[in-house]
Design a binder for this molecule. Structure first.
Ligand code: FAD
Ligand code: NAD
Length: 465
């Protein structure tokens, strides 16, 4: 067997792994990265990027359809549009291919060796890689596990046939007539909304009492309202039970315990993701686990010396930017720099319509930690820019300590507000107080003025409300 050595071996070229490898290469560390699929991981190939491409296309189609149906108040008219989902998917695949090449190019530029194949631990420093040609043995001083996650299947609804995960949903070339989505969380609602805008009839079956249970109801309510306006059936407190015998419908138990069936030509199961540990030979390492995830400390070190873990394999929040931040930190630790996880917050965005952005603590989380808080929100119906963009549903909310006005959290819900997450994160990371936001000139007319006004309102002198 061919044997090679390196200082750092990264397993998995998703956002966590490739960021770690690129930074390590920049720091002059002799680095190898092993990837069994295409560079970019879940995020680039079957996650963040393809889903946002589909959401954008669906939004464009919805806008034109609304105009054709005479729903536009802007004085615009056009003929009825049509959508060729095959072409949309080909466009999305083109973006993914460009980014695959981009990641491979960045790894090369950083001097990182990319090996295509499936990696398996023999021990903490020896990894066997099954490549297309022959097995390859790699001996590394340090190993980073960045193998990510995979969709959770329900035992009575295994993936296959009409039952699909997000991966298949992002590759459909025909719009399903009737799509049942099991799980009203991030993926179910992002994709469910997109397919609803493309003309599919959607039913969402969510086990919790409300959709997006990870967010507070003030944030999820505008999303629920818009799903209703789109004609999406949302069944909360409902359980998927089984496929009917011929597979054309899903049996469910509604919140009132009534049994019913939902016709479906596709059933999209989005009930969470689990760490991808299978076939990795982890049993040979006997790492401490935080079941089902790998346990790490504040430097992403596992219980075995010289073995780090980053990204989805280490638990919630399973977000690409968390994986990237961990990857960059680990590369610097391997290079001998003094680093530890010291980030104030990890922003989260749900790309539903409207979008939800959260950074830091919500009012109830802050109170739960013993803070006396001042919390205020500014509604977009009082924001000129939001009105000109027909985006008046939603708000921006600030959560600050009552004693010294230090911002503890910022949340918002509104169409197109994902980009505001940068301002929110920066404010929190820099330790801003309400007065800092109030004294910052926010350009007019922008939705960001809602942030300024929420801070002013908390200080008792909002101007525009
Ligand atoms: P991954 O991206 O999963 O990469 C792991 C890589 O390791 C994979 O390429 C895999 O092939 C490889 N691998 C696994 N085992 C082996 C092995 N034994 N040998 C070699 N290679 C191996 N997050 C966001 O922040 N924003 C979003 O908008 C967003 N949207 C999403 C939409 C969808 C539909 C999905 C499914 C996820 C979304 N996510 C989003 C989550 C995001 O994709 C993940 O948090 C992120 O990809 C995790 O990065 P990672 O590097 O930990 O793992
Ligand atoms: P999720 O945790 O967001 O949502 C799963 C939903 O399924 C929950 O609301 C849960 O109550 C429900 N559920 C669980 N079991 C059920 C059952 N048997 N019947 C009905 N409902 C059930 O998980 P997801 O949507 O699969 O996404 C997985 C992860 O991917 C997310 O946690 C997130 O970290 C990541 N992601 C992020 C983004 C983003 O950042 N915009 C987008 C997509 C995915």
């Amino acid at each position: 067997m061919n044997e090679i050595t390196c200082k750092l071996l990264v397993i998995g070229a998703g956002p966590g792994g490739y960021t770690c490898a690129i930074r390590a290469g920049q720091l002059g560390i002799d680095t190898i990265i092993v990837e069994s699929e295409k560079p970019g991981g879940t995020c680039l190939n079957v996650g963040c990027i393809p889903s946002k491409a589909l959401i954008h296309a669906a939004g464009e189609y919805e806008t034109v359809t609304g105009v054709a149906e005479g729903k536009s108040a802007l004085g615009i008219f056009c003929a009825k549009p049509s959508l060729d989902l095959g072409k949309t998917i080909a466009w999305k695949d083109g973006i993914v291919r460009r980014l695959n090449g981009g990641v491979a190019g960045l790894l090369k530029k950083a001097g990182v060796r990319l090996i295509a194949g499936h990696a398996r631990f023999l021990d903490g420093k020896s990894i066997e890689v099954e490549t297309q040609s022959a097995p390859q043995m790699i001996h590394a001083e340090t190993v980073v596990i960045a193998t990510g996650s995979e969709p959770v299947a329900l035992p009575f609804l295994p993936f296959g046939g009409r039952v699909i995960s997000s991966t298949e949903a992002l590759a459909l070339t025909e719009i399903p007539k009737k799509l049942v989505v099991v799980g009203g969380g991030y993926i179910g609602l992002e994709l469910g909304t997109a397919f609803a805008k493309m003309g599919a009839s959607i039913a969402v079956v969510e086990a919790a009492p409300r959709i997006l249970p990870q967010y507070d109801s003030d944030l999820s309510e505008p999303v629920a309202r818009h799903l209703n306006a789109l004609g999406v059936t949302v069944l909360t407190g409902a359980k998927a039970k089984a496929l009917v015998a011929d597979g054309t419908a899903l049996e469910i138990e509604a919140a009132d315990s009534r049994q019913t069936t939902l016709d479906a030509d596709r059933i999209l199961v989005t009930v969470g993701r689990r760490p991808l540990t299978s076939g990795l030979g982890l049993e040979t390492l006997d790492l401490d686990m935080n079941e089902p995830f790998i346990r790490i400390n504040d430097q992403c070190r596992t219980s075995m010396r010289g073995v780090f873990a980053i990204g989805d394999i280490t638990g919630e929040p399973m977000l690409a930017h968390r994986a990237m931040a961990q990857g960059e930190m680990v590369a610097e630790i391997v290079a001998g720099r003094r680093r530890a996880w010291d980030r104030v917050s990890i922003p989260a965005i749900c790309f539903t319509d409207p979008e939800i952005v959260t950074v830091g603590l919500t009012p109830s989380e802050a109170s739960g930690r013993g803070f006396e808080v001042k919390t205020d929100l500014f509604p977009f119906r009082a924001n000129g820019r939001a009105l000109t963009l027909e985006r008046e549903d939603g708000f921006i909310r600030t959560v600050a300590r009552a004693d010294n006005h230090l911002l503890l959290g910022i949340q918002g819900v509104g169409a197109g507000i994902a980009e505001l997450s940068a301002a929110f994160s920066l404010a929190l990371e820099m330790g801003a107080r309400l007065e800092d936001v109030a004294m910052t000139i926010h350009a007019h007319p922008t939705q960001s003025e809602g942030f300024h006004e929420a801070a002013l309102k908390s200080l008792g002198h909002a101007i525009h409300i």
